[in-house]
Each structure stands twice: as structure tokens, then as C-alpha cells.
Design a protein around this ligand. Structure first.
Ligand code: GLC
Length: 703
């Protein structure tokens, strides 16, 4: 199959002129004033439909199948009739907007994330989109960075598990299926290490950290058969990702065998001149192409300069042919040569179905993280009158979060309406639009729920913040409400971890809702009033204060750790060193007990089993995300104090127990060693079966 495809592709390449080859590498934005002759001449290989990219600042209509068919028809008027591949940022749903990716990561449920991607693929393809610029796989350790919302958090194991599931959800087993979407692992690589949490800044990542922390999710995506990658807006260690031949060719193709294509990020080819490694556009284009960057997003630099560079002998026909071959290979795999058009009637069948909404609601329920629940205040039951207040009480599109270009506000039930509908018979729910009104009404109610947090416009691309506190004015509002002494629930909507240290102490219960998507209101109602129970876990550390950043669980041990005596040990003078809440943390409406840890062998040869009993000791059913961590005690390079190596969902009725077992294999313990090779080293290991990255039953074994 592959040979047949490649031979037909090579035949096509043989017929192509230089201009037609360069045209395939060119991806302009599909703006209304696009010159149709460029399509007819074969000067465009792909269109990007990026309206509404910085969503939260305004919504746009992605158009629909008719618009895509219009552009495709023009492309098929070209001499060789090579179809377009039309791309769009379908990041966490298309019209059915799911929770932001960071929230979906909090569900620790790759299967569910994969199902959500499959729904997004069905809806986007019904609108004529055949390529999404997702999943975003950037490991993030700095929540000041706005794009932490778009990724899967701080852990490479969780990131890799989600990457694989999401790619399979988008692409399925047959990329040519009409309802499957070519995926794009982005942003390759290290984008989350931008200094200061400032988008487009530069970063330094050591080779072992690059290999063991930032690359694994991308490797998982390639192993899952992903069709494309996108280069990152980052100068990593002095080489911008868009011109990094070692990563784009030696690692991606040489080591991993990736055979798809790489698209630049928006104008990142031209930006090589800003970074200062290219003298001009032509030099930038040559550097990128020869590094292994196949398609140029939006700046037109490939189209404008590669022809002349070829005539000057500065690039070879083989280099051009290889980029064209990769692009045509994915177009073939995506079925575009056989079926370039979209059936417009699909939209009425495939978009925003009841099943899709139900899945979005399930994803939102599983993504919310219960951070505190004193006296089992939640779920709210038996209260006669409840007051709800805060900047989110009327939220509709604000629930979408960033990168939701195709979400529509009319699809969303206002949050207050959802909560009113969810309240049980006999419970009166009041809403206060202003803090002053809330303070007055609070005297007449039995409990207060504050619905606060950051608007999506503070989240996403280039929406970085220098202060992780709640947005201005909200902390003062919580102070005033907490002073009343009423049972207080705080619900936080955010696209990032916020340093809610003071509020976590003040409230009796805290539920982290992220930006939960179009069914977020209904999901919140389910959780607050007990139709459902929370099971989410933090996919990223919650800092006490901005000053702690970067802070993450899988850090190396200090030479003077907190456990040493005396004052000369790692610390701040003005703040505890530990995070507010750790990676993997989350409560449920019941309690779970971990007992009887067993490690099957004292020495790991090939593999061993680690198991424990999990018992629901509380009064309600619940789902526990049981986590497996290891620590390699001695290495030729220093090793993290903990590394996640597995997780399982244990759904247990009150009083019920189960035995959870994990298999640890030798290859699970491989890391980048002092000599730069990847492998294991003999020695002692600690192992935990745990509810989060700080606690758990500890065992040990040797390798
Ligand atoms: C943006 C983003 C990238 C997105 C692309 C197209 O600048 O960095 O993630 O896919 O441009 O919208």
C-alpha cells in the first residue's frame, strides 16, 4: 500500500514544475480576499482557516462545507488537480466545545479524551476541515504562560498517554474516512519553557530534560501514527525550532521514523530573521526547508523565495521533492485525491448531537477537581436557600475557554439557569449580580456559592500573566463574603493554576472548574447538588504564590533538601517551599483507604507487579484515580524525586474494596543517562501506589 502510494506520488512529482512543487509548501490564511488564481495555478497546497484564533476575544464563523468546497473546486482547476488540505485549530471540540485540554487532562481519562477528539473530528470534517492543529503537547511548568490551558500539564507520562489517545481519536484507523481528521502534534518542541512564562520568549532546556520531559508526548504521537507536527515559536538553546535540523530531521525522522510533514507555526519561518539566524526571508526559507520544515504557514516566504534560491543553486530539487512528497503522502492517506469534497448535508446530522453534548457534560464532570470539602459541605443537600454570586454567575461563552473559534454562545445555557435547574426540590437559589447585593442577601440564606475566576481572554496564546492571584477585586470579595461566617463554597473557573492560597483557607469547599466547555454549567450543577461526584486530579501543580514558579512534582532533589536539619536547606524566608496542592491531588465525595501494598519481586527482571487494596470507606460511591510512582534512588545523572508511571480509575461503592495492580517493566525505568544514551541503570528504586504525588504506600525493589 505504502509503496503503491509512494510510486504514484513520485510519478506526480515527476510531472510537477518547480512552481507547482513550491506551491504545495505554501499555506496562506483563507481570507475573503485570497486571490483565486493562486489556487488555479497550484500555488497553494493548504489553506488555514484561523479566524477566531485568540478566542475569548470574539467568536467567528469557521465557514462551512460550502466554503471549503469552493476553495477545493478552485484548486482542482489547476493543471495537475492536486487537492488542498484545509486546516483549522480544532483544539478541544468544534461546535460541541469540550473542557479545555488542561481540564481534560485533569480527568486522567485518555479514553474519554480520545472520544472527545473523535466527536471533534466528525464535526470539523462535516464543515470541510480535514486537518486540525492539535493536540498541543507542550509540557508546561510555568502557569504564567497563557497556553498552559491548551496542553496536558506538567507530566510526560500523562502527556504521552493523552497524546496517543487523542491522535487515535482524531485520526481513527483510516485517515481517509470522511469523519476523520489529520492531527498535528504541536508545538515541536519545548515551547512551554519560554522564559518568564512569556509567549514567544526563548528557553534553555538540557538534553536529558528535553529527552525525558518535553519529547515523550511527541514521540507517543508519532508512535500513534500522527500525520503532521508543527514547529514551535521558540529559540531553544540558541536554535529556533523552525530551523532545528537535529530535532526536525535527525530525531523526528531519523530516530522516530516519522513520515508525515511538518508545518511551521504562524510566520515562524520569517521570524528566523528576528531571532537573528537568517539574514533575510530567502535565507530563512532555505534554513527551514533544509532543517526539515516542509510547509510554510501564512508568511509566504517559501512561495516568494525558494524558486530563486533553487535557480541560484542554494537548494536542491531533491530537498524540494522530499518536502512535496511528505505533503502529498498525507493528502493521499487522508483520501483527498479520491474524495476532496465534503457532503454539505452532513452538517445537519453530525454537528452538536445530543450524544456529543452528553459526552461534553461527562468530560466536564470528570475534569473538575475538588480541592477542599470541610464537613462534607458538598454536595449541597438539605439547604433551604442558597445564594450564588460572582463574575461567572451568568457565564455562557465564558465557559468555553481559549481556542474555541467554532463555539456559539447560543449553544450554551447560562450558568445561573443550569444551576437553578439542578437545584433539588425545596431548595431556593438566589443570584446576586453585585458584591454589595450579595453581602445584603447573604444574611438571609443558609449557604453561599461564589463562582469566580479568570475570563478566557486571560488564557491562551500570548495571554500571559505576571501574577497568579485571582483577577483584581475577587480576593476582596471573597474576604467580605467569608467574614459573614456562612457555609462557603468557592468554584474557580480558570485556564491555568491560580495561587488561591488565601481563598482555599477561607472557603469550606473549593471546586476547580477550569473552563469546562459548553456543558460546563450542567456539569457543575450535577456536582454541586450531588447528581455526580468529582474524580478529577491536578494535572499541574497548584503554587502558593507566583514567586514559587517554576514548581513541579517531578523535580530533582536538592543537595540540602527540606528534610535536612538546620536552617541551611532549600527554602524561602517568606513562604513554605511546598506547593499549595501537588500534582495528582483531588478529593471525592467519599474517602478511600490504601492498604496491603505488595511488590511481586525484590528484584525486577523483565517486569514485576505492584498492587494494593483500595477501599471506599465513605458513605457514597466514588471514583479514585489510583496512581503509580517510582523513584530511581541513584543514577549517573540525578533523578526526579517521583515519576508517574501509571494510573487507573477505581469505581467503588461505599464499603467496597478492590485490588489495583500495575505492571512495571524494565523499559519503563529508562532515562537519558550521563553518556547521553537512553536506558536503565541497576540499583534501588522506591515505588508508591498513591492518591497523589506526595502521599501513598511506599515499597521498594532493585533492578
Ligand atoms: C498560532 C498558534 C498555533 C496555531 C496557529 C494557527 O499562532 O501558535 O498553535 O495552530 O497559529 O492558528
Amino acid at each position: 500500500m505504502q509503496q503503491a502510494t509512494d510510486s504514484s506520488i513520485n510519478e506526480l512529482i515527476y510531472q510537477m514544475t518547480l512552481e507547482e512543487k513550491i506551491g504545495q509548501l505554501n499555506q496562506p490564511n483563507a481570507s475573503p480576499d485570497l486571490n483565486p488564481d493562486l489556487l488555479r495555478q497550484g500555488s497553494i497546497g493548504s489553506l488555514l482557516n484561523a479566524s477566531g484564533a485568540l478566542t475569548g476575544q470574539g467568536f467567528s464563523d469557521s465557514g462551512n462545507a460550502d466554503i471549503s468546497n469552493h476553495f477545493q473546486k478552485l484548486a482542482l482547476e489547476s493543471r495537475l488537480k492536486i487537492p488542498l488540505i484545509i486546516g483549522r485549530d480544532v483544539i478541544h471540540g468544534f461546535r460541541t466545545v469540550f473542557p479545555i485540554p488542561l481540564a481534560q487532562a485533569a480527568a486522567f481519562n485518555p479514553d474519554l479524551a480520545g472520544e472527545a477528539a473523535s466527536v471533534a473530528a466528525r464535526e470539523a470534517t462535516a464543515s470541510g476541515i480535514k486537518w486540525t492543529f492539535a493536540p498541543m503537547l507542550d509540557i508546561a511548568r510555568d502557569p504564567r504562560w497563557g497556553r498552559v490551558a491548551e496542553g496536558n500539564g506538567e507530566d510526560p507520562f500523562l502527556g504521552a498517554q493523552l497524546a496517543s489517545a487523542i491522535v487515535k481519536g482524531y485520526q481513527g484507523d483510516n485517515l481517509a474516512a470522511p469523519d476523520k481528521l489529520v492531527a498535528c502534534a504541536k508545538h515541536y518542541v519545548g515551547y512551554g519553557a519560554a522564559e518568564g512564562g512569556r509567549d514567544y520568549e526563548n528557553g534553555e532546556i538540557s538534553e536529558p530534560t528535553l529527552r525525558d520531559v518535553y519529547l515523550p508526548p511527541f514521540h507517543a504521537a508519532v508512535k500513534a501514527g500522527i500525520g503532521t507536527l508543527m514547529s514551535a515559536f521558540i529559540d531553544m538553546n540558541g536554535i529556533p525550532a523552525t530551523a532545528n535540523r537535529r530535532l526536525l530531521t535527525n530525531v523526528l525522522r531519523g530516530e522516530w521514523g516519522f513520515d508525515g510533514f511538518v508545518v511551521s507555526d504562524w510566520e515562524s519561518v520569517r521570524e528566523l530573521t528576528h531571532h537573528g539566524i537568517a539574514e533575510d526571508d530567502a535565507h530563512a526559507a532555505r534554513l527551514a526547508l533544509q532543517a526539515g520544515l516542509d510547509m510554510d504557514m501564512v508568511d509566504g516566504v517559501y512561495l516568494d523565495t525558494l524558486g530563486e534560491s533553487f535557480q541560484q543553486g542554494k537548494i536542491s530539487m531533491e530537498e524540494l521533492d522530499e518536502a512535496v512528497r511528505r505533503i502529498l503522502r498525507i493528502k493521499h492517506r487522508a483520501g483527498l485525491f479520491d474524495q476532496p469534497f465534503t457532503d454539505p448535508s452532513r452538517a445537519s446530522r453530525d454537528i452538536l448531537t445530543p450524544e456529543a453534548r452528553a459526552l461534553a457534560r461527562q468530560a466536564a464532570v470528570q475534569s473538575m477537581v475538588l480541592l477542599k470539602n470541610e464537613h462534607q459541605l458538598l454536595p449541597l443537600q438539605g439547604f433551604h436557600r442558597i445564594l450564588m454570586a460572582g463574575n461567572f454567575i451568568h457565564a455562557r461563552a465564558e465557559l468555553f475557554g481559549t481556542w474555541t473559534a467554532d463555539g456559539r454562545v447560543e449553544d450554551v445555557t447560562p450558568l445561573d439557569e443550569s444551576l437553578r435547574q439542578a437545584a433539588p426540590q425545596g431548595t431556593e437559589v438566589w443570584f446576586a449580580d453585585t458584591p454589595d447585593l450579595a453581602l445584603n442577601l447573604a444574611h438571609h440564606v443558609d449557604a453561599v456559592v461564589l463562582l469566580l475566576g479568570e475570563h478566557p481572554s486571560r488564557s491562551g496564546e500570548n495571554c500571559n500573566v505576571s501574577d497568579l492571584s485571582l483577577p483584581p477585586g475577587q480576593a476582596e470579595f471573597v474576604d467580605r463574603m467569608a467574614a459573614l461566617g456562612k457555609p462557603l463554597v468557592l468554584v474557580v473557573f480558570a485556564g491555568r493554576p491560580l495561587a488561591i492560597t488565601r481563598q482555599l483557607a477561607q472557603a469550606d469547599a473549593v471546586l476547580y472548574a477550569w473552563h469546562p466547555g459548553l456543558e460546563g454549567g450542567a456539569a457543575l450543577g450535577d456536582l454541586i447538588f450531588g447528581q455526580a461526584s468529582p474524580s478529577g486530579r491536578l494535572p499541574i501543580t497548584l503554587p502558593r504564590a507566583t514567586g514559587q514558579v517554576p514548581i513541579y512534582y517531578n523535580h530533582k532533589n536538592s543537595g540540602r533538601p527540606l528534610t535536612t536539619d538546620g536552617q541551611f536547606r532549600t527554602r524561602y524566608l517568606d513562604l513554605p517551599t511546598a506547593p499549595l496542592l501537588p500534582f495528582g491531588y483531588g478529593l471525592t465525595y467519599t474517602q478511600f483507604e490504601y492498604t496491603n501494598l505488595k511488590v511481586s519481586h525484590a528484584t525486577l527482571r523483565g517486569s514485576l507487579e505492584v498492587s494494593a487494596d483500595i477501599t471506599n470507606t465513605g458513605a457514597r460511591a466514588g471514583v479514585e484515580i489510583v496512581q503509580l510512582y517510582v523513584r530511581d534512588l541513584i543514577g549517573s545523572l540525578t533523578r526526579p524525586v517521583r515519576e508517574l508511571k501509571g494510573f487507573q480509575r477505581a469505581a467503588l461503592q461505599s464499603g467496597e474494596s478492590c485490588r489495583v495492580s500495575f505492571t512495571l517493566r524494565e523499559e519503563d525505568l529508562a532515562f537519558t543517562r550521563a553518556d547521553g544514551t537512553c536506558g536503565v541503570e541497576p540499583g534501588s528504586f522506591h515505588v508508591w501506589i498513591a492518591p497523589d504525588s506526595q502521599r501513598g504506600l511506599q515499597g521498594e525493589f532493585r533492578l
